[in-house]
Design a protein around this ligand. Structure first.
Ligand SMILES: [Zn+2]
Length: 488
């Protein structure tokens, strides 16, 4: 009898505990969610037709980067000349330095040059249009075609839109006597699509040798998203506060080859294939890093009831969140260092067993993981001494994480909300590498954001077919940079 009473007592206590936990979760979901800053929409500044005409002209110049650096330099020279005649005030009033012939630095002196400068970065080069895809474009990708409300061409989103958007904004400010408080450097790279070694990397060396240290930089990386984050109807402006790193590793083995009529039980191809399969099945460990945690807190209030509770209580639901994120490629890439087999080479003739097999794996490093983490992981998972593991090329470490309480973050946020009042703003993580990686030594904090709206219909046009932007969106793009300059 007494035992039953005790059990009942514990049962009631457990029930009370569960109720408290449940109400605690709800309270935290509704009171601890990241509040959106409140800014009023500002009147839309008139953007002249000239701006669209300039954009069209720039899209017609084939400033294409190729992996072997065999560029058509006449197109880049034409771009230089075009820059000079298109923005008279920028060329008169800003100090212009050309790096590696085709990259540009414009130094705009602020009213208070004692403050550390900021950098607005963009790249003028684009990827090529693959021959067999050309037919699929509605308009010639090099025509800069303006069709009713849209402008078409390679670079309309990545990244000539930013080169032009920034230049138009600054020219507008100069015309109207607007001058920033601190110095601003407009930096335009010309080889981002192939790694930025001649552009951004040389610019960074130039800044270093001239003792120029930036407080903040704004580069490409994330955008305004529409219908890309599940369960959110609103547009979400994602400001990247960190980018992942980059590391490539080669696995190779050499074994007896010979005639394919009498194969041994295991060949070099088998050994490397087994290693790849193991690495594919067992990825590096997952975790929620600060940019992702902050993003979840920001979007939680916009989510349906149960998701809101889960995202607002990450201390309890992190395993659940991670499991759900693992279900999609983008989600998975945001919670772990990813492993991708990209090259496999072995064998030359169908009846010869090759001695050697090699494979290349590309890893995108999450904050906290390094080259050593990756090498240890590979060794542990494959557990095969016959395989040589070598890092190839240059490893780029994962970037540091920018502070979302900084004045610059606030100003980027304010510029977004005043020009795009229908969006909510959230920090985010950039999966791909941008030119900003070269500036880690001369810039303390980098944010990654372009004020353009990406949605399922235009996402694949970047580096793909029918790249384009609505003229109205391009005008807002310029307005964002004008506002950002005014605030700085
Ligand atoms: Zn780009």
């Amino acid at each position: 009898m007494r035992k039953r009473k005790v059990i009942k007592k514990y049962f009631i206590l457990a029930l009370i505990g569960l109720c408290c936990l449940f109400f605690g979760l709800i309270i935290s979901a509704f009171y601890n969610g990241q509040e959106q800053s409140e800014y009023q929409a500002i009147p839309k500044i008139a953007i002249g037709e000239q701006a669209v005409k300039h954009f069209s002209e720039a899209l017609q110049l084939k400033t294409i980067s190729y992996m072997d650096y065999q560029i058509d330099s006449s197109q880049y020279v034409a771009f230089n000349n075009w820059l000079e005649r298109t923005y008279p005030l920028i060329n008169q009033q800003l100090e212009h330095t050309i790096i590696s012939d085709f990259s540009h630095i414009y130094h705009w002196k602020g009213q208070n040059s004692s403050e550390q400068p900021i950098m607005l970065y963009a790249h003028l080069d684009v990827v090529q249009v693959i021959d067999n895809e050309r037919e699929a474009w509605r308009y010639d990708p090099w025509s800069g075609k303006m069709a009713t409300d849209t402008i078409w061409g390679r670079g309309a989103l990545d990244d000539k839109v930013a080169v032009l958007g920034i230049l138009e904004a600054v020219e507008h400010c100069l015309v109207n006597g607007i001058r920033p408080d601190r110095d601003i450097y407009l930096c335009i790279g010309h080889d981002e699509e192939v790694g930025g070694k001649l552009g951004a990397q040389k610019m960074a060396e130039y800044f270093k040798s001239n003792d120029i240290q930036f407080a903040y930089a704004l580069d490409e990386g994330l955008t305004i998203t529409k219908d890309l984050i599940p369960n959110i109807d609103k547009q979400v402006s994602l400001i990247g506060i960190a980018q992942k790193g980059y590391c490539s590793v080669e696995l190779s083995t050499k074994m007896d080859g010979g005639h394919s009529s009498m194969p041994s039980p295991e060949t070099s191809i088998d050994v490397i294939s087994k290693a790849l399969t193991k690495l594919n099945h067992q990825g590096l460990s997952s975790r929620l890093t600060l940019p992702v945690k902050q993003m979840l807190s920001c979007i939680a209030p916009e989510m349906p009831f149960f998701q809101r509770i889960i995202l607002s209580n990450q201390w309890l639901f992190a395993p659940l969140i991670k499991r759900s994120y693992e279900g999609s490629n983008v989600g998975n890439a945001s919670i772990r260092t990813t492993t991708a087999a990209t090259i496999f080479s072995s064998g030359k003739q169908e009846n010869i067993i090759p001695e050697q097999a090699t494979a290349c794996l590309n890893f995108r490093l999450l904050q906290g993981d390094t080259e050593e983490t990756v090498l240890d992981h590979i060794k542990k998972v494959i557990g095969d001494d016959r395989i040589n593991i070598t890092v190839i090329g240059e490893t780029t470490p994962a970037s540091n994480i920018a502070n979302t309480n900084s004045v610059f973050y606030e100003r980027v946020e304010q510029s977004i909300l005043e020009v795009f009042p229908e969006t909510i703003v959230s920090p985010g993580l950039v999966m791909a590498g941008t030119d900003a990686k070269h500036f880690s030594e001369v810039c303390d904090e980098t944010l990654y954001f372009r004020p353009m709206i990406m949605h399922p219909k235009n996402l694949h046009t970047i580096h793909g077919i029918n790249e384009r932007i609505a003229i109205k969106e391009y005008e807002d793009f310029i307005r964002f940079y004008i506002r950002l300059v005014e605030l700085n």
